[in-house]
Design a protein around this ligand. Structure first.
Ligand code: GH3
Ligand code: MG
Ligand code: MG
Length: 326
């Protein structure tokens, strides 16, 4: 490991310093000094070479002369600061220009520091070390922020999935019982405010046990999915259909009176009656019975559901494949 003033960062990464000077002797002296402290060193003798170099590699710090033929140090520094890919690289001017105006101009072009020649090695290294550390901690913060944002996005997606799963019946993809219960409670609050009717339809597949018994449980599951699809395509956008249990479904029809509920249920009943469900070379025909109940002021959701259930039961008793309201 490097000594206290050395160039090895705590993460074990080597630090690359780009020395920019048009004078080979200066480069030689500075390069030896830097390497002696454990830094990796790259050199450029003019602005063009700097711009070429930074295309492939990003140094951790640039030590730059000001007076150079062609592009001077100010111009090179200005270009580096304008490029988002290199703007974060700290530039220290190391120069014989000692006027206040020169220093101010240097800092204005975006340099982090300005060291005049002849320089004290100790001070130069202390400054280099400070600016390299600042840059690395800025990078660490940025990386940590990016990582945090990535995790946040993942978490948000997982939460969305979880919310969806919590309200969905996994077999049919319809809303589940718990979600419907919540929606019914909400509807009750709404109806007290806007005084509009709402209707619930409880439906149950007729003789479903026979399907399971004759063709197996897997066939029964397919039938449930098929029925769920038929119910879903029979309702309007504002309606909500859920799997209430086994082979029983509840449809919530907001702002719908009894007549509307009966019409919609009859339409779905007919669609089911007319459809053929194909399962491994068999054509199965199924029917459903529907119990319709429209909300009555002051009753509870349980009372409303009880009336829908009673109507459904009456439909079963009187021969199935029908829509009943009491
Ligand atoms: P009814 O016309 O009176 O409604 O008669 P049914 O045979 O449809 O009603 P019953 O209540 O006697 O039987 C319901 C059957 O539904 C029994 C149960 O095994 C089956 N069942 C409930 N949930 C599922 C499921 O998730 N998958 C399958 N395959 N069958 C289910
Ligand atoms: Mg049934
Ligand atoms: Mg049943």
């Amino acid at each position: 490991m490097a000594d206290r003033s050395g160039a090895l960062m705590t993460d074990g990464e080597k630090t690359l310093i780009l020395i920019v000077d048009d004078n080979p002797q200066n480069i030689q002296v500075l390069g030896n000094l830097m390497e002696g402290k454990g830094y990796d060193v790259a050199v450029a003798m003019n602005g063009g070479q700097v711009l070429d170099f930074i295309k492939d590699e990003k140094p951790d710090l640039i030590l730059m002369d000001i007076m150079m033929p062609g592009m001077d140090g100010y111009a090179v520094c200005g270009m580096l600061k304008q490029n988002p890919e290199t703007a974060d690289i700290p530039v220290i001017f190391l120069t014989a220009k000692t006027e206040d105006d020169d220093i101010v101009l240097g800092l204005k072009t975006g340099a982090v520091d300005y060291v005049t020649k002849p320089f004290s090695e100790t001070v130069l290294f202390a400054r280099i070390r400070t600016h390299v550390e600042l840059k690395k901690s800025r990078e660490n913060i940025r990386r940590a922020k990016e990582e945090l944002e990535k995790r946040n996005l993942k978490l948000q997606a997982a939460m969305k999935d979880l919310e969806l799963a919590a309200r969905t019946d996994s077999l049919t993809g319809l809303y589940n019982r718990r979600y419907m219960q919540n929606r019914l409670d909400e509807e009750l609050v709404r109806v007290k405010r806007n005084k509009k009717d709402f209707t619930v339809v409880m439906s149950d597949i007729d003789f479903f046990k026979r399907i399971n018994d004759a063709h197996g449980h897997e066939c029964g599951d397919h039938v449930l999915k098929f029925m769920a699809g038929t119910l879903r395509s029979g309702i309007r956008e504002q309606d909500i259909v859920s799997r209430w249990g086994g082979e029983e479904f509840i449809i919530l029809l907001p702002e719908t009176d009894k007549k509307g509920g009966l019409v919609l249920s009859e339409k779905i009943r007919k669609a089911i009656e007319a459809s053929v469900f194909r399962y491994s070379d068999m054509d199965l025909r199924l029917t459903m019975t529907f119990g319709v109940a429209t909300y009555r002021p002051e009753e509870s959701i349980d009372e409303l559901l009880k009336r829908a259930d009673d109507a459904l039961y009456a439909g079963k008793e009187s021969g199935r494949n029908r829509v009943i309201t009491l």
